[in-house]
Design a protein around this ligand. Sequence first.
Ligand code: ADP
Length: 309
Amino acid sequence: MRVACIGECMIELSEQFDGSLVRGFGGDTLNTALYLARLGVAVDYVTALGDDAWSDEMAAAWGREGIGLGQVRRLPGRMPGLYIIRTDAAGERSFHYWRDQAAARDLFVEPGAAETRAAVATYDLVYVSGISLSLYGESGRAALFETLGALRARGGRVAFDTNYRPRGWPVREVAQAAFRTALALADLIFASVEDLDWLFGAAGVDEVLRHRGRAEIVLKGSTGPAPVARVLHGTSDTWVPAGPVARVVDTTAAGDSFAAGYLAARLAGLDPEAAAARAHRLAGAVIGHRGAVIPRAAMPDLDRPGAHS
Ligand code: ADP
């Protein structure tokens, strides 16, 4: 089984109280690739970087996590995108981006794009998010969708995670059209009810549920204090609640790790409901730690139900 995650990882700068900046790296699909690799799935990250020192360090860090680098294109003279996390006096975090010129945005239009497209169409499973869709512009997005169509024609599967971020899109209608195309192409849909409400308004959940039966759907929301995943496949429709998390420290990468936990379990042959339970357990461990990437030692043993990290 060969899996690819398509998207962008950026340089992350976290502003400290004294104004100094601490550097890290971050990106939603990269988080999913990283957790897939930690769960033993053979996964490649599909993106473009520059030829600068930060790009070198990023690629090296991904490699150390066991992520395949064969589809990481390096564009001469370009750089990765960058964002700063600012924390105000009340502890509220805000995100500020410099990413319009990022190398990753040209992945499907740069001179080597034909090679990337041909390679992507050969995977067994390709994972993209709503943030991935927002990177490429109309022509890049059309190329991505064509590539996903070619992949499916060869028997490969597409997983789509909604991840809607309004500021990544010029106007909401463009995002709506792109999401509708991606939903129609997806064999497996991870959707958050909150994302769907923002993007489509009250009819958001229906936009996803119209694909029930054809696609496997995991709809994440909450019916009370605890999150629940509604899992639909075939004629089955089941609610899988998340277990309690002792202390929620930082919800960064909750959805990204959830997707990784779910996909790894499905690829290992578990049924969708069992996969959702594992996904909750991984996400529960991730939100118990600061940052998107938890220490390896804190990874829960997903093969042992009830085991705590
Ligand atoms: P995102 O906003 O990143 O998509 P979600 O809010 O959809 O993340 O949460 C993804 C998963 O993270 C949930 O399905 C659940 O497994 C876990 N999670 C998030 N918040 C909590 C919480 N308060 N208690 C337990 N699990 C949680």
